[in-house]
Design a protein around this ligand. Structure first.
Ligand code: ADP
Length: 732
């Protein structure tokens, strides 16, 4: 091959290579471009992904920190809760549905004193087992197995009730178990040792207080007995002394001894009553009684002391209120005595007025009876009004100190009225007067006979003469209700001017200026024969006056309605001056056989002074008296003497009166039952029942009264004996 060829071939070759190179370069460029585009897309994608990763990473971070915070909070809450549970002094534990312990506080665990077995996971039965085996719990008389069974039964119940267990060291634990959702059980073990001890102390204190109160009542009963026994000597002898020939001064001494003795007895009775009410021993004994009469009787009793002080004692009993009720007359009288007694005691001038009004709501229902006792006395300061119903409380002031008293009367009255289902109150103005009132429900008792309220036809108009407006008002009201037209005059001279228009003159006795008797004389002097009725608080005195003959009737003031009606019915029309009260009937003398034995009286009494008092009290009686110094002797004497009556002291050394009576009664087979009369200083309720149950027929409380003894002896006098008193009996 030529060079040229070679060169041409080489050039062709080179040219071809150059074209290939160019082509390859173009291809490379295209590929490069594509690669560049791809790389750009890729890097854009990377940037995007990176941003996303960052976001996710941030979120993750936040969640993580939130979680940590929440976790911390849970931990704190749990710690606090547990801390709280730990700090409570009582045991706390939670069990799961399989009765396995989940957790318990130290107080709960402390009971087990470090026993390792008691830890989370331990079963309730195992705990019970440990409690008995280790002697942690005091199971009393039950066996460990029984105790565990009982505790398990309770645990398995749906709602186990609380249960108190006692630990070996004397601590009391009250278990309270609550079953929750899913069967978990929460247990609270409360340490109630202090409460139990406190309760025991309280019980012991109460027992002690009750024993003390019983002792107090017994002491009071005994003291009352002990005081009454010598008082029997004091009052009885003073009474006897009064019956003997005495100079004025000696009589004053004897009366003082007797009055003081009686006052002391009243105090003893007050104290006794109060302690009875305190001990809830006082019971009411309702029976039919006449309230109006009861008030009038009381007023009569107080009349002498009121008269001595120049006080008027007035009664205003509601015209339309029945007088017979069912109630405890003794207790109602006691309240009234206290209120009236106080009113007279604390009043130096003016009057004391008892007013009774009432309402019967429906027939058959108890009537609500209001009684007020109004006085014009020293009054009670407002700040003391509530205070006086308390025990031993008196209005402390110079004036009240001048009056004696225990300060128990109103306290007793209040309790009695409470007991009757009523209420008591007081109104007072210091220096002007006081009004005590009480209101009690009282069933109306059957009237024995319908009352005759009719008056003579001629009696249409009356003149009432009284210086006291209250008195006039009461009489006006009473007469008005009877259909009589009343003219009121404050003084006698007024009445003298009006005699023409009247059928009757009703006058007071004591009046300033012309008194009632002088008025009566003046009326007659003036030539009038109108009937005159005089009301006096001292009829005994008026009875002696020559002017008495002018009166158609002389009535003791205050006058019960019935007595007033009866008197008005009994007077004759002008001119015929009759007396209302016929002279008391004298019992016809016994016609007696000539030779009769004397009555035989046996008295058993251990106290020498009292034997003396007794013998002196019956010294005027024509009887044969024998004494026994104790029960034994009484039984023996009874057989030998065959007495007609026996007086029996109850408390005597050796054989007492009740026992002696039982023995005597046992001896009395067939024949006559001899009346037996108990003499006792016991004044507690219930004593009377015991005494009567022993076979005694009657009951006399010491200090004995001459009159009461005489009455008993006379009542027991058999037909074949001489009457112990001369034929015309003058007892009483
Ligand atoms: P006592 O009369 O034995 O002191 P009471 O309980 O009956 O006891 O009365 C208590 C006190 O109430 C009396 O001491 C007296 O201060 C006062 N009091 C009672 N009634 C009246 C009255 N009618 N007027 C003034 N004060 C009275």
């Amino acid at each position: 091959m030529s060079l040229a060829n070679k060169l041409a071939e080489e050039r062709r070759g080179r040219l071809a290579a150059e074209r290939l190179l160019e082509q390859k370069q173009a291809e490379l460029q295209a590929a490069n471009r594509k690669l560049g585009l791809h790389a750009r897309a890729l890097s854009e994608e990377i940037v995007e992904t990176r941003a996303e990763v960052q976001t996710v990473r941030d979120e993750n971070q936040r969640v993580k920190s939130d979680l940590t915070e929440a976790h911390q909070k849970v931990e704190i809450a749990e710690r606090r809760l547990w801390h709280s549970i730990q700090t409570i002094q009582d045991g706390f534990a939670v069990f799961d549905a399989d009765s396995r312990l989940i957790a318990a506080n130290d107080a709960y665990l402390s009971v087990f004193d470090g026993l390792e077995a008691v830890k989370p996971g331990v079963r309730y039965v195992e705990i019970l087992q440990l409690l008995t085996e280790e002697g942690i719990v005091d199971i009393g008389d039950t066996t460990p197995a029984e105790w565990r069974e009982m505790m398990l039964d309770r645990w398995q119940g749906d709602a186990p009730g609380p249960r108190v267990i006692r630990l070996w060291n004397g601590q009391y634990i009250k278990l309270i178990d609550r079953r929750g959702h899913g069967g978990d059980v929460v247990t609270l073990a409360l340490n109630i040792t202090d409460t139990v001890h406190y309760e025991k102390e309280l019980k012991a204190a109460r027992r002690k207080a009750e024993a003390a109160s019983r002792a107090k009542s017994a002491f009071l009963a005994n003291m009352s007995h002990e005081i009454r026994t010598p008082m029997n000597g004091v009052v009885g002898m003073a009474e006897l002394l009064g019956d003997t020939e005495l100079t004025g001064e000696q009589r004053m001494y004897a009366d003082t001894i007797r009055n003081s003795g009686e006052a002391l007895l009243a105090i003893i009775n007050d104290v006794l009553d109060y302690s009875k009410i305190e001990a809830e021993k006082l019971v009411l004994h309702p029976e039919p009684f006449d309230l109006e009469r009861c008030i009038h009787e009381l007023v009569m009793l107080l009349q002498p002391s009121a008269r001595d002080k120049g006080l008027d004692l007035l009664v205003d009993y509601d015209m339309f209120l029945p007088t017979r009720f069912e109630g405890d007359p003794g207790r109602i009288r006691q309240v009234l005595t206290n209120l009236l007694g106080n009113a007279v005691k604390f009043t130096t001038e003016g009057h004391v007025l008892v007013r009774v009004v009432g309402m019967e709501r429906n027939p058959g229902d108890p009537a609500q009876v209001h009684v007020t006792v109004e006085d014009t006395g020293i009054g009670i300061p407002p700040d003391k009004l509530d205070h006086i119903f308390g025990e031993f409380n008196q209005v402390d002031g110079d004036h009240s100190r001048a009056f004696e008293g225990t300060g128990l009367g109103l306290a007793i009255s209040k309790r009695l009225i409470d007991l009757m289902g009523g209420r008591i109150w007081v109104d007072s103005r210091e220096g002007h007067g006081t009004c005590f009132g009480f209101s009690i429900p009282l069933p109306v008792a059957e009237e024995t006979a319908p009352e005759d309220m009719s008056l003579p036809d001629w009696l249409r108009r009356a003149i009432v003469v009284d210086d006291q407006p209250v008195n006039r008002a009461i009489l006006e009201r009473q007469l008005d209700a009877l259909g009589i037209q009343v003219t009121s005059c404050a003084e006698g001279s007024d009445a003298l001017d009006r005699l023409e228009d009247t059928d009757l003159v009703l006058t007071d006795h004591n009046m300033p200026g012309m008194d009632g008797l002088e008025l009566a004389a003046a009326i007659r002097d003036a030539g009038h024969d109108v009937p005159i009725v005089m009301l006096s608080s001292n009829t005994g005195f008026a009875e002696q006056d020559p002017a008495r003959r002018h009166l158609a009737a002389l009535l003791q003031r205050p006058v019960p309605r019935r007595t007033l009606f009866a008197a008005l019915r009994g007077i004759g029309r002008a001119g015929t001056h009759e007396q209302t009260a016929p002279p008391p009937e004298v019992p016809a003398p016994h016609t007696v056989p000539t030779v009769q034995r004397a009555m035989r009286v046996l008295a058993a009494e251990d106290n020498r002074t009292n034997r003396l008092v007794f013998s002196k009290m019956v010294k005027d009686l024509d009887i044969e008296l024998e004494f026994a110094a104790d029960g034994q002797e009484a039984v023996a004497l009874f057989q030998r003497l065959a007495p007609d009556i026996v007086f029996m002291d109850i408390s005597m050394p050796g054989m007492d009166g009740c026992e002696a009576t039982r023995r005597i009664r046992a001896q009395e087979t067939g024949g006559r039952r001899v009346p037996m009369v108990a003499m006792t200083a016991h004044a507690m309720d219930g004593d009377a029942d015991d005494i009567l149950a022993a076979g005694l027929d009657h009951y006399l409380t010491k200090p004995l009264r001459k009159e009461a003894i005489t009455e008993r002896i006379l009542a027991a006098c058999p037909a074949d004996t001489r009457p112990p008193l001369p034929a015309v009996q003058t007892s009483g």
